[in-house]
Ligand binder design. Structure first.
Ligand SMILES: [Zn+2]
Length: 478
C-alpha cells in the first residue's frame, strides 16, 4: 500500500492531524474550494441517513412532524430575535444581491430557524386546540465561523435537525424534555456507541434564548469534552418576541411555552474520533453501510474459480456484504484499504479455506481472527458484529469513567485540568462568579450539571467557602 492511502500520523501523538487523515483517506469527507465547507461523501452520508432514520422514528413516537421552511430569513425577523440572536450575529452569512440588482432587504442564510418558523407559528396558533404544535426540520444551516475548520466538528455549513415545539403550559413542554433526551441518548449510545453525560447547562453556558438548556456531553480521547445534542426549554421568551399567543379554554389570551432541540453531523465527528485508530476508520457495526467485505485469495485461474465460487456463497448469506474481486490489487493491499475505510469484518477465503469449507473472519477493531464454517456463517457474523458494537461502547465508557476525577480541593482541580484533562467532578455553589474564576484560572468550563449525581450534602463549593448546591463537571471543551 502506498503512503498516500495509509494513515501516517498516530492518534496519540497528533490527534488533530490524525483525524484529518482518517476523515479524508477513509472516504468520509473531502475538502472543497469553499473554505470551511466539506463534502459528505457517500460513506458519511450513508451513516448520517441511518442516524437520521433512527432519530426520526423516535421523534414520531413523541408526535413530532417534519416540515421545511425557507433557507432565507429577512433581516427584520432576525432583529425581533435580538436577545437570542446576539450570539449568532457575527457568524451570519447574508444575501444582498440577486443577479444584477441589489435586494431591497438583505436576507440571512439561516443560522437556525427560530425567526422564520415562529413568524408562521404566530399565525398558525390561535386557540388551545392548535396546541401542542411539534415540528422538526432536517436541514442545513450556515454559521460563518472564523475558527479553524475541522470536518464534521466545526464547519461553516452543517446538517442537523432542529425541533421547535409549542405548548399550552410549562408542564406540558417539560414533559417532552425526557422523551427527546431519551431519543438522543438511544441514538448516541445504541447506534454510535458513544457514552454520554446527561445534565443541565448552567445559566452562563445555556442557549441564549432558553430558560434552561440540557445537554449530552461526551469526552474525546484527548481528554477534552464536547457537547453532543441539546434540548432547550425556552419558556415564553420566543412567544414574547414573536407574539405567539393562544386563547385558552377559559377565554384568556396566553403566551405559548416552547422547546427547541437539535442533533447535528458533529456527532459523526465525535464518533470517528472516539473509535478510530492508527489503521484508519472504525465504524460501529450498526451504522456501517458495508458490514463485511470478502477478500478472495488465489494464485492461479483454477483457484480463482473455486475461491470466487465460495465468495459468492458467503456473500449471499451475509447481510450488507460485498466481494472485492479486483484482479489488479493484491490481497494485502485490499486488507489495508478496507481497514482504512472501517469495514467491521473482513472475510478471507483462500484455496485451503475452500477445501475445509471454512473462511477466516477478521475483526476491524481487535484484529482477532476466527475460522468459521460457511454453513451457518450468517449467524456467526451477526454475533461478531454485535460483540464489536458492545466492545466499542464499553471501551469508550471505561475511558470516560477513568477520566472522570472527583475533588473538593481547588488546587487539585487546577492540577487535574492542567495535567490530566477529562471531567472533574466537583461541588459548586451555583454562582456564576465562581464559574468565571475557574474558567479564567484553568480554561475549563462547567460542561453540565449531571442528572446522575444527587445534591451534595454538607460540601463547600470547590472555589469559595459557600455551601455547594450541585455536583458539576468541569472540563476543557472543544
Ligand atoms: Zn462558589
Amino acid at each position: 500500500m502506498s503512503e498516500d492511502l495509509g494513515i501516517t500520523t498516530s492518534k496519540k501523538e497528533n490527534i488533530g492531524e490524525w483525524y484529518r487523515e482518517v476523515v479524508t483517506k477513509s472516504g468520509l469527507a473531502d475538502y472543497t474550494s469553499v473554505s470551511g465547507c466539506f463534502v459528505l461523501k457517500p460513506l458519511s452520508y450513508s451513516i448520517w441517513t441511518t442516524v437520521r432514520r433512527g432519530l426520526d422514528k423516535l421523534f414520531k413516537d413523541i408526535g413530532v412532524e417534519n416540515a421545511y421552511f425557507p433557507l432565507f430569513i429577512p433581516d427584520k425577523l432576525l432583529e425581533k430575535e435580538a436577545e437570542h440572536f446576539e450570539g449568532f450575529n457575527p457568524e451570519v452569512a447574508w444575501v444582498t444581491r440577486a443577479g444584477n440588482s441589489e435586494l431591497d432587504e438583505k436576507l440571512a442564510v439561516r443560522p437556525t430557524s427560530e425567526a422564520i418558523m415562529y413568524d408562521s407559528y404566530k399565525d398558525w396558533i390561535r386557540s388551545h386546540r392548535d396546541l401542542p404544535l411539534k415540528i422538526n426540520q432536517w436541514n442545513n444551516v450556515v454559521r460563518w465561523e472564523f475558527k479553524h475548520a475541522t470536518p464534521f466538528l466545526r464547519t461553516r455549513e452543517f446538517l442537523w435537525q432542529e425541533g421547535h415545539s409549542a405548548y399550552a403550559s410549562k408542564e406540558e413542554a417539560l414533559k417532552d424534555k425526557k422523551s427527546v433526551l431519551d431519543a438522543y441518548q438511544e441514538i448516541c449510545e445504541d447506534r454510535m456507541a458513544l457514552p454520554c453525560v446527561r445534565g443541565t447547562k448552567t445559566q452562563k453556558e445555556k442557549f441564549d434564548g432558553a430558560v434552561n438548556s440540557y445537554s449530552l456531553e461526551h469526552l474525546l480521547p484527548d481528554g477534552q469534552a464536547i457537547q453532543g445534542p441539546s434540548f432547550h426549554y425556552d419558556g415564553e421568551n420566543f412567544a414574547e418576541a414573536f407574539g405567539i399567543t393562544f386563547t385558552d379554554e377559559d377565554g384568556e389570551e396566553k403566551n405559548v411555552h416552547q422547546n427547541t432541540f437539535g442533533f447535528s453531523t458533529r456527532q459523526i465527528g465525535i464518533m470517528i474520533m472516539m473509535h478510530s485508530d492508527d489503521c484508519g476508520l472504525v465504524i460501529p457495526p450498526r451504522l456501517a453501510p458495508t458490514k463485511a467485505v470478502v477478500v478472495p485469495i488465489y494464485n492461479n485461474e483454477e483457484e480463482r474459480k473455486s475461491v470466487l465460487g465460495m465468495a459468492e456463497e458467503v456473500n449471499e448469506k451475509v447481510e450488507d456484504c460485498r466481494i472485492d474481486n479486483r484482479d489488479h490489487k493484491t490481497p494485502g493491499w485490499k486488507f489495508n484499504e478496507w481497514e482504512v475505510k472501517g469495514v467491521p469484518l473482513r472475510i478471507e477465503i483462500g484455496s485451503n479455506e475452500v477445501e475445509d469449507g471454512e473462511v477466516t473472519l477478521v475483526r476491524r477493531d481487535t484484529g482477532k481472527k476466527t475460522s468459521v464454517k460457511v454453513e451457518g456463517i450468517e449467524k456467526k457474523v451477526k454475533e461478531e458484529l454485535e460483540e464489536m458494537q458492545k466492545r466499542l461502547y464499553r471501551r469508550a465508557e471505561e475511558f470516560m469513567e477513568e477520566n472522570t476525577r472527583e475533588t473538593e480541593d481547588y488546587e487539585e482541580l487546577k492540577r487535574i485540568i492542567k495535567e490530566k484533562g477529562g471531567f472533574v467532578k466537583a461541588p459548586w455553589c451555583g454562582k456564576q462568579v465562581c464559574e468565571d474564576i475557574v474558567k479564567d484560572d484553568t480554561k475549563a468550563k462547567i460542561t453540565n450539571i449531571p442528572f446522575k449525581y444527587d445534591k451534595p450534602e454538607d460540601k463547600k463549593c470547590v472555589r469559595c467557602d459557600e455551601r455547594a448546591n450541585h455536583w458539576v463537571h468541569f472540563a476543557k471543551s472543544r
